[in-house]
Design a protein around this ligand. Sequence first.
Ligand SMILES: *Cc1c(COP(=O)(O)O)cnc(C)c1O
Length: 371
Amino acid sequence: MSLIPPIDLARQYAHFQQDVESAVCQLMASGRYIGGAAVSDFEREFAIYVGTGECVSCNSGTDALYLALRAFGIGAGDEVIVPSFTFVATAETVSAAGATPVFADIDPVTFTLDPDRLEAAVTDSTRAVIPVHLFGHPANLDRIGEIARDRDLKIIEDCAQSTGAYWRDRQVGSIGHVGCFSFFPTKNLGAFGDGGAIVTDDPELAQQMRVIKEHGSPRRYHHTEIGINSRLDAIQATILRVKLPWLDRWNESRAAIAARYDDLLAPIPDLIRPRQVEPARSVWNQYTIRLDRHDSAARDRLRELLLAREIVSSVYYPRSLHQQPVYDSDAALPESERAAREVLSLPMFPELTEPEQERIAYALKDCIVEL
Ligand SMILES: *Cc1c(COP(=O)(O)O)cnc(C)c1O
């Protein structure tokens, strides 16, 4: 029996090893390591892929969110509504921009921002909403779009876990005012280090983000505001250009793996399987089940029992953001709190094999009996 990891990037490397090696060697020989054609070519290709007019690359998904907030002029005195059940960067960047993240609850089926909770959280100070397409599943962009239009809010899509996902016939990132992407290695399109991008159809906004990410300078040694240094490395852009043409195939494999899990796990009691809700097309960054026991101890025990069988599952996320020490809000967000107690993400990557999935399903069936 061998270990089944949550994700295995080395298996994927075999697909494109030769292409990456030759492209990276050429880049290294070129002597051009910052900016240049590799970065501008990737920006153009990624904008075409998502279906937007503009793409601004940057150092990470976190920076992408920060740059979007700054470009909208969001800062002190402003509120931005975010789901509580997400990775910390979604809220942390709002705080870093000087504004206040306001936590709203999630829809328990899709783990994404509940539009009713969003509507209830809007105040006169609300400037924007950050729907997160968590685990690869798009948030309800129809209803969020209506509320945002009515209340004049900017929509900043957090697409870090959902590169290539669709809402109706459009890709996530192309529907809100901006879409923020991460190329962290475990995301659907991953670099070999950090990377990120923002897409938009608004050329002025894109220009503003380019200024802020280059030390607040519209031209060299002329600084009009406080900026940061946030670049996508040429070497990462080179790797991403090789990988981008594979992305749809990998996302299709993830969907097939999710469908197979759905069949294999259906007979197991106490286990709630993730669902794809129309008109969303998920890219399954995670396959996240819930253990219906309302108790994190049972979930943690299940994870340990699986580990004893050499199956590594993960808890994204064990605590919602409103309950983190850094925010420590007394808001009651029952669905976010319950998700944090019940979720368990099973191994999910495009190269996961059928025998491995069967082993995971048998192990789950045995382990749940032992709980
Ligand atoms: C990964 C992630 C980010 C941040 O991306 P980095 O590239 O790691 O900075 C933001 N939001 C969500 C939901 C993420 O999963």
